[in-house]
Design a protein around this ligand. Structure first.
Ligand code: XMP
Length: 509
């Protein structure tokens, strides 16, 4: 097992950011809830205690059991983590009298401290806490201060235990990555060898051992995660990986044929299953969005299950689940409580009786892309915009008909192709067209028309949790709008969605 840094989560909104920063340093790390410390710590080179929305003075504040860790390996408390250590050892943590939120500068730095080594005087850091460490226990020494926060950082004498009240993981802490590097490399001794190439090599090895000659089935969606999972598994077990790509009739125009073709080009053993009629039949008369999602999800399971049963002796079901889907979040009250994200397939039924293999379940989305690149996968697949499992089904508001699907596919195609042609596609996170359930009046020649309205939407985001509408050039929007109205029969009005998330969502349903 590779060297690991263990991050104990106390519910901070920034915990995942700590993990991402360490991964950027090519150091492997895992997030675990503060009260579920893994038993086997043999690969753990050091531990980080995250921040928290709780105050250490709260009755119900989270209290970790650190006896198996402290003085046995390096420990770094960040914000709540630091305050917990200080209070637990007899220091005073009290509500801060002054504002300790936002940017601050480290006016004092102990140059001999391994943690602060190379950090410049007055370096900018990000503070975000309501409490502050007022008095430190006797065996603590201060290693950094800001003008208003005397104990910005401390070390405990006689042990490799450190605490900082600022957040090195946040972008505004300009030398935060350097500090984290000091910790994981110089203090914990990590060798920074967790690279995409090494991930591929070790995963392929361990998948080979785990799966041996077993057959594995995987549902491909055309998206990045399932595609990268497929290539990784293919490298490990070749033709024993059986991929199934279902056409639910709600994909983008030409998507089924094109993507199927590129999967075959990549050497995958893939079967394309055209089940569009089944999906459209099942959706007849269904207008409510959550109901549509259920119908699409259940139909997918039926189709996939039938196909999987055709593979004789299949033992495993592979899924492209990624790390954010499996991190067990510490439930907290207040604003940092995790907002649940959507899952594509949302788990397959038990009756399939297959063992599950999820080769990407330790990776963040951007890391999945990096792994894909290191396996030389084409940009066409790796850089695609996210596309929801229910596809155009939730972009045709209300009830679906084959005609509505056709209209939306045409509109969407003009929009997406336009973005590609003008080099805008890679500049937005996600783009989509929505067929609205309203008709509006128009004129075509001398005729009055009464036809469909479509909305175009493009957003910038890093994870889909928050998003800003993209400021696409007016000239581009004008061109696309003209093209749609001229070429797509049944559409006489195009609008552009200028709402951000929150409060709006990315999809309209
Ligand atoms: P919202 O609309 O909630 O979308 O802002 C956030 C991200 O999730 C995608 N999304 C879905 N993905 N099944 C999926 O697999 C769904 O039912 C679903 N609904 C939304 C959306 O496209 C965006 O990337």
């Amino acid at each position: 097992m590779s060297e690991t840094i263990l991050i104990l989560d106390f519910g901070s909104q920034y915990t995942q950011l700590i993990a991402r920063r360490l991964r950027e340093l090519n150091v492997y790390c895992e997030i675990h809830p503060f009260n579920k410390i893994p038993r086997d710590l043999s690969a753990v080179k050091g531990v980080i205690l995250s921040g928290s929305p709780f105050s250490v003075r709260d009755e119900e504040s989270p209290v970790p059991e650190l006896s198996g860790i402290r003085k046995k390996m390096p420990l770094l408390g960040v914000c709540y983590g630091a305050q917990f250590l200080a209070q637990n050892d007899g220091g005073d943590v009290l509500p801060s009298k002054i504002r300790e939120y936002g940017r601050a500068n480290l006016g004092f730095i102990d140059g001999n401290s391994k943690l602060m080594h190379g950090i410049s005087l007055n370096s900018q850091v990000w503070m975000s806490h309501g409490d502050t460490i007022l008095n430190i226990p006797e065996n603590y020494e201060i290693i950094s201060s800001t003008e208003s926060v005397k104990v910005a950082g401390f070390k405990i004498r006689g042990e490799e235990t450190y605490g900082i009240q600022f957040h090195p993981e946040v972008y505004h802490s300009t030398e935060g990555s350097k500090l984290l590097k000091n910790y994981v490399v110089d203090i914990c001794g990590c060798s920074q060898d967790w690279t995409p190439d090494s991930f591929v090599e070790t995963s392929v090895d361990s998948l080979r051992k785990k799966l041996a000659n077993d057959k594995v089935v995987l549902g491909l969606s055309g998206g990045v995660d399932s595609s990268v999972a497929a290539i990784l598994l293919h490298k490990a077990i070749g033709k024993n990986l059986y991929c199934i790509f279902v056409d639910n009739g709600l994909l983008r125009k030409n998507e089924f044929a094109e993507v199927l073709h590129s999967y075959k080009d990549l050497g995958l053993n893939v079967k394309g299953v055209d089940a569009s009629d089944r999906f459209l039949d099942a959706l007849k008369g269904v207008g409510e969005p959550e109901k549509k999602r259920k119908v699409i999800g259940n139909t997918f399971i039926d189709v996939f299950d039938r196909e999987a049963h055709l593979i004789e002796g299949v033992k495993w079901l592979a899924q492209g689940t990624i790390y954010p889907d499996v991190i067990e979040s510490v439930s907290v009250k207040g604003p940092s409580a995790t907002i649940k994200s959507h899952h594509n397939v949302g788990g397959l039924p038990d009756f399939m009786k297959l063992k599950i293999v999820e080769p990407l379940n330790t990776l963040f989305k951007d890391e999945v892309r990096r792994i894909g690149r290191s396996m030389n996968m084409p940009g066409f697949i790796l850089n695609r915009h996210p596309f929801p499992g229910p596809g155009l089904g939730i972009r045709i508001l209300g009830e679906l008909t084959p005609e509505k699907v056709r209209v939306l596919q045409e509109v969407d195609h003009i929009f997406i192709q336009g973005l590609r042609d003008e080099d805008l596609y890679d500049k937005v996170w996600q783009s989509l067209a929505v067929l609205l359930p309203v008709s509006s009046v128009g004129v075509m020649g001398d005729e009055r028309t009464y036809e469909n309205v479509v909305a175009l939407r493009a957003v910038g985001s890093t994870d889909g949790m928050t998003a800003d509408w993209s400021h696409l050039p007016y000239e581009f929007l004008a061109k696309i709008s003209n093209k749609i109205i001229n070429q797509v029969k049944g559409v006489n009005r195009v609008v552009y969605d200028i709402s951000s998330k929150p409060p709006s969502t990315i999809e309209w349903e």
